[in-house]
Design a binder for this molecule. Structure first.
Ligand SMILES: [Mg+2]
Length: 373
């Protein structure tokens, strides 16, 4: 037991406009609607965490805020922040689902525990295997000329990994963008494709085979979350590795997905799994089945990005990189007290004790939504 007890539990609903609308097979997104959790101890420490849901994917920010504010708060006030697993077990027993809210609590507890121990979160969950992770940017604009322009500047920044969001327009639009980028940048560009469930299952194999000539590194979630048999069939049929994102949230789903071999790669997201340690469980299942993992994210601020970066640092292998680009290249502002360290084409894992990043109070106040006040 430590000498610290959690005495305050503050929930901040935030809404940050994006620089450009991003389109996906499951719809358009123009804002980051997120929930920041601030835990304070009776010894004066502050820990931060983030729930960042996407309504067509996981849930809503309003539901996460209510889950935290009404249901989880009584089980965290008075708790010892170092006792992370006991606290998360208590919450698991009283609240089904809501992985984003649970992710926020776990991150804030680990932030506090890390500050108390003098260790970064990556070190609290296993150790730092690496200090940097290659950064992937998602190309998701209906106006491809704008995306090409943006890629030019990101290329100058050192970004070499690009994931084309696909399936929100005609098939030939997706082929044209892939062909154009492969011609412009040759083999130096690492191209990936994410359909966000946007392909009709009956025609998915033919359309993916069409784009294999442009050598995508992987194709992500071509069909709907529930279409497991179709996803397994696609994975068997095409040469390009298939990634499951929407189909695999947590360790239980990862186990079934690995058993049925519905994909070659799982996208890890702390907001899908319910936190960093649940993602490590997904990664362990994947490793035992010969399935690769990848660092995905939701529409989130640099608080969740930093938590995701600690997960990436602690994983045994992360060859395909991560996509924590939102606060640097998508949001109009970065909420953090210093810019999230995505530079030179890499995410740099924060090194300070705990999470290593926190919101700037003025920026948080300005972008706070008053739904809960
Ligand atoms: Mg995805």
């Amino acid at each position: 037991m430590s000498a610290h007890r959690i005495s305050e539990f503050a929930v901040h609903l935030v809404s940050i406009p994006a620089r450009e609308t991003h389109s996906h097979g499951s719809g358009d997104v123009s804002r980051i609607n997120s929930v920041l959790l601030q835990l304070t101890t009776d010894t004066g420490l502050t820990g931060w965490g983030e729930a960042s849901p996407w309504p067509v994917f996981t849930g809503t920010a309003e539901a996460s805020a209510a889950a935290l504010h009404i249901h989880i708060r009584p089980h965290v006030i008075g708790a010892d922040p170092v006792q992370v697993e006991p606290a998360m077990n208590r919450i698991e027993c009283i609240l089904r689902g809501h992985p984003e809210a649970k992710c926020a609590v776990e991150t804030a507890l680990l932030d506090l525990a890390g500050q108390i121990a003098g260790l970064s979160i990556a070190e609290m969950v296993g150790g730092r295997q690496r200090e940097t992770v290659p950064l992937s940017f998602s190309v998701a604009n209906r106006d491809f000329a704008r995306d090409r322009h943006l890629i030019e500047s990101l290329w100058e920044d050192g970004v070499r990994l690009y994931k084309l969001k696909a399936g929100f327009d005609q098939h030939h639009f997706d082929l044209m963008r892939l062909e154009s980028l492969r011609k412009l940048y040759g083999d130096e560009i690492d191209l990936r494709v994410d359909y966000n469930q946007g392909l009709p299952a009956y025609d998915a194999i033919r359309r993916i085979r069409d784009l294999e000539q442009f050598r995508p590194t992987f194709v992500e979630q071509p069909v709907k979350r529930e279409e497991w048999a179709a996803l397994a069939e696609i994975t068997r049929a095409v040469d390009t590795p298939i990634m499951a994102d929407e189909s695999v949230f947590n360790p239980e789903e990862a186990f079934r997905a690995a058993t049925d071999r519905i994909a070659d790669i799982f996208s890890l997201k702390i907001n899908k799994a319910g936190g960093i340690r649940r993602c490590l469980e997904v990664a362990a299942i994947a490793k035992s089945a010969g399935i690769e993992v990848y660092g995905g994210c939701m529409f989130e601020t640099s608080i969740a990005h930093a938590a995701g970066a600690h997960l990436m640092a602690a994983l045994p292998a992360i060859d395909l990189g991560c996509e924590f680009y939102m606060s640097s290249y998508y949001a109009e502002i970065d909420l953090a007290d210093f810019a999230f360290p995505a530079k030179g084409g890499f995410v740099h894992v924060p090194g300070a004790p705990g999470l290593g990043i926190r919101p700037d109070p003025d920026k948080l106040a300005f972008h706070r939504s008053d739904l809960l006040t």
